[in-house]
Design a protein around this ligand. Structure first.
Ligand SMILES: NC(=O)c1ccc[n+]([C@@H]2O[C@H](COP(=O)([O-])OP(=O)(O)OC[C@H]3O[C@@H](n4cnc5c(N)ncnc54)[C@H](OP(=O)(O)O)[C@@H]3O)[C@@H](O)[C@H]2O)c1
Length: 290
């Protein structure tokens, strides 16, 4: 498939961030894919129209992602400009010098000249080094090696603390968000400060496809779409950036095909009612993904 044909399949809306950059609202998640497998997963994603890849040092597959980007030509020239690549710093590499060193290694493995977004992966409030690390992030942005700076898993108190230390808000906060874990207070805080919300595990790793005793399935049947498409469409209509992960081409295509139907206000209310007390992932107050 040539670049022009690829462009024709990439009708994905963008979200304009507080720093002026535009991020495609749907990206492809890279978690729990081996380095060997990830090259073909990324190639398949690019083929079906993804223009946003969500990577991390902690996923141990950046070399495989880099292979896919260089073998498809998406690592340079015009094709590179059409792609958004996010990656994240490991918590164990926080700190000014160690973050710069880690970034050098990551960008090398990804075979890129710059990444579109670099993120702190966890706030680790029990070992807080975010302010110091952010200074390295700012340097990378000044050098043109990173375009946008973001955080993951930051609760309002962490965002406030970072803001007090560095005098800026991150452009994006990537948090666990899905129908049964809606984190309304965090979302409201982000909206108030013009921090874009990005949902990870947007389908609760698949568990929310069956949420609400068939509620999602009923809405899906009414629109003749899949349960995954209902949940992802709900995020999109809320203005959230989503990064669903699938290693299967057919599901990758399905998870991108979200723009031919709309949910009703009643359906939004039904999904909002599914919010619950159980997260699928880890607690940002205590977790470190060293
Ligand atoms: N910043 C952080 O701390 C953090 C934490 C967790 C995740 N993330 C990011 O968020 C991405 C997505 O989160 P996630 O992988 O945890 O969960 P997810 O995207 O909610 O769910 C992925 C699971 O759902 C399945 N699936 C995907 N599409 C489907 C469909 N259309 N129908 C049925 N099943 C489907 C996948 O299986 P198959 O692959 O077999 O299709 C996989 O088991 C990650 O890959 C990662 O990039 C970030």
């Amino acid at each position: 498939m040539g670049i022009e044909e690829r462009r024709a399949t990439a009708e994905i809306p963008s979200v304009v961030l507080r720093d002026g950059n535009s991020i495609p609202q749907v990206g492809l998640g890279m978690l729990r894919i081996s380095d060997d497998d990830v090259t073909s997963v990324v190639k398949s994603g690019l083929d079906v129209g993804y223009r946003h890849i969500d990577a991390a040092a902690g996923y141990d597959n950046e070399p495989g992602v880099g292979r896919a980007l260089s073998e498809t030509g998406f690592n340079a020239g015009q094709a590179r400009k059409m792609l958004w690549v996010t990656t994240k710093l490991k918590d164990s590499k926080q700190g000014y010098g160690s973050a710069l060193k880690a970034f050098d290694r990551q960008i090398n493995e990804l075979r890129l000249d710059y990444v579109d977004m670099y993120m702190l992966h966890w706030p680790t409030p029990f070992d807080w080094r975010s302010g110091e690390t952010w200074k390295a992030f700012v340097r990378l942005r000044e050098e043109g090696r990173v375009r946008t700076l973001g955080v993951c898993n930051f609760m309002p108190e962490h965002l406030e603390r970072l803001h007090r230390e560095i005098g800026e808000w991150p452009a994006v906060n990537q948090i666990e968000l899905h129908p049964t874990w809606q984190q309304r207070e965090v979302v409201a805080f982000c909206k108030q400060h013009d921090i874009a919300v990005e949902a990870y595990s947007p389908m609760a790793r698949g568990a929310d496809l069956n949420a609400g005793d068939g509620t999602i399935a009923r809405i899906a049947a009414a629109h003749d779409v899949s349960e995954a498409q209902v949940i992802l469409r709900w995020h999109i209509e809320n203005g959230t950036i989503v990064i669903p992960k699938s290693v299967h081409t057919q599901r990758q295509r399905e998870n991108l095909n979200l723009f031919g139907f709309a949910l009703t206000p009643t359906e939004h209310a039904e999904i909002e009612a599914l919010d619950g007390p159980v997260r699928a992932g880890h607690d940002p107050m205590t977790f470190t993904y060293a």
